[in-house]
Design a protein around this ligand. Structure first.
Ligand SMILES: Cc1cc2nc3c(=O)[nH]c(=O)nc-3n(C[C@H](O)[C@H](O)[C@H](O)COP(=O)(O)O)c2cc1C
Length: 313
């Protein structure tokens, strides 16, 4: 029988493969279920969930940029209770892992959302979006203040038994400051990276295109930044903390860059918008690559680019 080169265990859970879909780029998965069997995916990370439903921002909320896009959706979602009662029962029929992306305007909201998801059967783990503004701290993002981040992760770890992943914001001077805070607070994994802040201007109307002026940059343009941040965190922690890579992945070669830098699993984001089949193509491409290179399992490549440098010195 052919050996499964992608199946692996992480956080005590078995995954079919290390290819996940990224929050906000795959809705709650069910739309894509019309195109292919969601059970083929390693995991699905659903759109960010808050305590109450949110309408999101006014248009314009999306703009194409060179090799990417800017979005300011404003975390539109139907609220965590609707997700648990209406969406999750349909989603959990698929034989894949479900991670719920969580955010809040203050610590209490994060805790309330996480508590509900901890009790929800069918949710395998939580992914914290810490790129949103903390209303009690003058709107500074949770993910840009290591102390605030430490306190949040520490408290959340106490209320959930499920794997807790923290999705770090790249909009910081040194990614290791926030990575350190999460590792000290015992986060189970780090997801690197969320979108980068940007502005696009309409030169005819002579004003910013997005209603919120700034938006989050994603897509191929951010691939080297994501790979650099994964590199930095893996160089410090090695396999002591699980790194999930996200940012600019649209094909197997991009996914391999994340893995060789230190990611044990990867997420496909913006690429889903222009090629919804890209996660499946990457799963297949990774399998082919492992065989072509003569490895017995993809995990032999995790962080390997670091070792190759040491060899050459
Ligand atoms: C339209 C859109 C909505 C997003 N919504 C969320 C979200 O709700 N929560 C979150 O943590 N990240 C969200 N993200 C960030 C993505 O999950 C991902 O981190 C980012 O887009 C970088 O990956 P990519 O270059 O492959 O798209 C969103 C991204 C896009 C483009």
């Amino acid at each position: 029988m052919e050996k499964d080169v992608l199946k692996h265990t992480l956080f005590g859970i078995e995954f079919k493969n290390p290819v996940w879909t990224a929050s906000g780029t795959f809705s709650y998965g069910l739309e894509v279920a019309k195109l292919y069997d969601l059970s083929l995916l390693g995991a699905i990370v659903v759109k960010g969930l808050s305590l109450k439903p949110r309408k999101g921002n006014m248009p314009e909320r999306i703009v194409e940029t060179p090799a990417g896009m800017l979005n300011s959706i404003g975390l539109q979602n139907p609220g965590v209770d609707y997700f648990i009662n209406e969406t999750l029962p349909k989603l959990k029929k698929y034989d894949t892992r479900i991670f719920a992306n969580v955010f809040g305007e203050d610590e209490e909201e994060y805790l309330a959302v996480a508590e509900r998801l901890d009790r929800a059967d069918g949710v395998d783990g939580l992914e914290l979006n810490v790129s949103c503004p903390n209303v009690k701290k003058g709107g500074i993002a949770f993910g840009s203040d290591p102390q605030v981040l430490y306190d949040l992760v520490y408290k959340l770890k106490k209320i959930t038994k499920k794997p807790l992943l923290v999705k770090l914001s790249p909009n910081v001077t040194n990614i290791l400051d926030t990575a350190d805070a999460c590792v000290s607070a015992n986060a189970d994994g780090l997801v690197l990276i969320n979108t980068l802040l940007g502005v696009a201007i309409d030169v005819e109307r002579e004003k910013p295109i997005l209603s919120t002026i700034t938006g989050g940059l994603s897509g191929p343009a951010i691939l080297p930044i994501a790979v650099r941040m994964i590199w930095q965190v893996y160089a410090k922690y090695g396999s002591k903390v699980a790194i999930i890579g996200v940012g600019g992945i649209s094909n197997t070669q991009d996914a391999l860059q994340h893995i060789l830098a230190g990611a044990v699993a990867i997420q496909v984001g913006t690429a889903n918008f222009y090629d919804p089949y890209s996660p499946l193509k990457i799963i297949d491409g990774l399998k082919q690559h492992v065989i072509k290179k003569g490895y017995s399992h993809y995990s032999e490549m995790v962080g390997k680019a670091h070792k190759m440098i040491l060899k050459e010195v």
